[in-house]
Design a protein around this ligand. Structure first.
Ligand SMILES: C[S@@+](CC[C@H](N)C(=O)[O-])C[C@H]1O[C@@H](n2cnc3c(N)ncnc32)[C@H](O)[C@@H]1O
Length: 431
């Protein structure tokens, strides 16, 4: 298997074993009512925080979602996307040594990510899965290190999320429409995605053109490219037209005997005049109660970046536009991830929490289940100011209820959390 090498790798591949265990201390004034609900926000570098959480949660997490710095080189944001923040630089200096000072940005990113990914894997249940948001800056490197840590066979897929709805005319080369979400299972033989609940978009494709008593149906072509030894025969339509066989290069998907049986059960559609090529009637009552997840996630289904920002500013009162957290993910995107990967009662972990969208999305999904079966969450955010003013607030307000930016009262969805920070941490900021 090809592996990736970079300056500093030797110092970090086993580093997660050497990180000392730290204790976490409660910060009651930042916790939210009912802090015993099993939900947790930890302020601190996720390497130390994860190590502190590991004895309690190893092998228990069903879904990890992370949205790490993409390493775009942009340092002027509310959070630093260049893996160049003083906290990470200090950490690199300690772990990688003198070499750490001259690492290029890709080396730095890899040094930062490797031990954290290695730790995250230990949190997953055997039927657990990790979703990682990333873009072209580091997708290649991420795939190599994930293959190394999780194993090539546990790669599941790369989802394309269409994050914008309009081209950026100022783009130097291409206007970028998408991010990637890389998916690895703890064990791809065990993990299976759940079906996505059917929406009106899917159901609208079902009609009942012949008033069939079995209800709504959709016509599916009766030929496919897969070679099928019994799939070549001629067919006569009800109008008497002879179709000599399936289209060139294709095969009927049923044997002649099976097709005739289906036709006499009125499961073949020939068009209103009985002259079309045969199509198979798929009844809505007979299809799966959900849709198999696909790898292309368009913004009209899962939201776009502007939607994510709008959601955030409707909850948090930012003093000026400069301090608005720039890259919150839309809630619908995380909801889709959680629909595919979690059920009631499951534990969700996000160790690059930012504005806490992951928690807000679990809150929304939990609305449909009794409190005792709620999905629980653990969020970790390094920057003290973000953790206190944005992550915790974003989670607290929807839980307790709040007035949105338009002054409308939004009812609380319930659910508290405990806020903790690292006790005797070596490089976390002071709250
Ligand atoms: C891209 S943002 C996450 C955005 C988030 N998904 C949302 O919807 O708001 C990445 C976040 O990870 C945090 N972060 C970066 N390095 C970290 C580390 N080592 N430990 C914990 N958090 C970290 C940053 O401060 C930032 O808030």
């Amino acid at each position: 298997m090809p592996t990736l090498n970079w300056i500093g790798k030797d110092a970090v591949v086993n580093h997660h074993h050497q990180v000392p265990f730290h204790l976490l201390k409660d910060v009651p004034e930042l916790s939210c009512s009912n802090p015993g609900s099993g939900n947790l926000i930890v302020q601190g570098d996720n390497l130390v925080a994860l190590k502190a959480l590991l004895p309690h949660y190893a092998g228990q997490v069903k879904c990890i979602y992370i949205d790490p710095p993409y390493n775009t080189g942009n340092e002027n944001w509310v959070y630093n996307d260049n893996v160049n923040s003083p906290l990470i630089r200090e950490w690199l200096g300690k772990v990688v040594g003198k070499e750490g000072e001259t690492l290029d940005r890709h080396d730095r990113w890899l040094c930062m990510m490797y031990p954290r990914l290695a730790l995250l894997r230990q949190f997953l249940r055997d039927d657990g899965v990790i979703f990682i948001s990333i873009d072209d800056n580091e997708i290649q490197a991420l795939r190599y290190v994930m293959d190394e840590i999780f194993g090539l066979d546990n790669f599941v897929t790369t989802i394309i999320w269409q994050k914008v709805y309009a081209p950026k005319n100022s783009a130097k080369h291409f206007s970028e429409d998408h991010d990637f979400i890389v998916v690895y299972a703890k064990n791809a033989e065990i993990w299976r995605p759940q079906l996505i609940p059917r929406g009106s978009k899917q159901d609208n494709a079902y009609k009942n053109l012949d008033n069939d008593s079995r209800g709504l149906w959709r016509a599916d072509g009766m030929s496919a490219r897969n070679p099928y030894s019994e799939g070549l025969y001629s067919i006569t339509t009800p109008s008497g037209r002879v179709i000599p066989g399936p289209p060139k290069g294709r095969y009927w998907v049923y044997s002649e005997a099976k097709y005739k049986e289906m036709d006499s059960d009125k499961r073949i559609w020939w068009g209103k005049k009985g002259n079309n090529a045969p199509a198979v009637k798929r009844f809505l009552t007979e299809v799966k109660q959900g849709v198999v997840p696909q790898t292309l996630w368009p913004y009209d289904e899962v939201g776009h970046t502007q939607e994510g920002k709008k959601e955030l500013v409707s909850i948090i009162d930012f003093s000026d536009s400069e301090s608005v957290f720039i890259t919150p993910k839309p809630m619908r995107l995380i909801e889709r991830i959680l629909q595919v990967s979690t059920s009631s009662g499951d534990l969700v972990l996000d160790s690059f929490a930012g504005s806490g969208t992951t928690r807000h999305a679990t809150l929304k999904l939990n609305q449909d289940s009794p409190r005792s079966e709620h999905r629980r969450f653990i969020l970790v955010e390094m920057e003290p100011r973000i953790a206190k003013d944005i992550t915790a607030e974003r989670v607290r307000r929807p839980a307790e209820g709040y007035k949105n930016a338009k002054g409308e009262k939004i009812d609380g969805l319930g659910g508290g959390f405990r806020f903790q920070s690292i006790l005797r941490g070596t490089f976390h900021g002071e709250l």
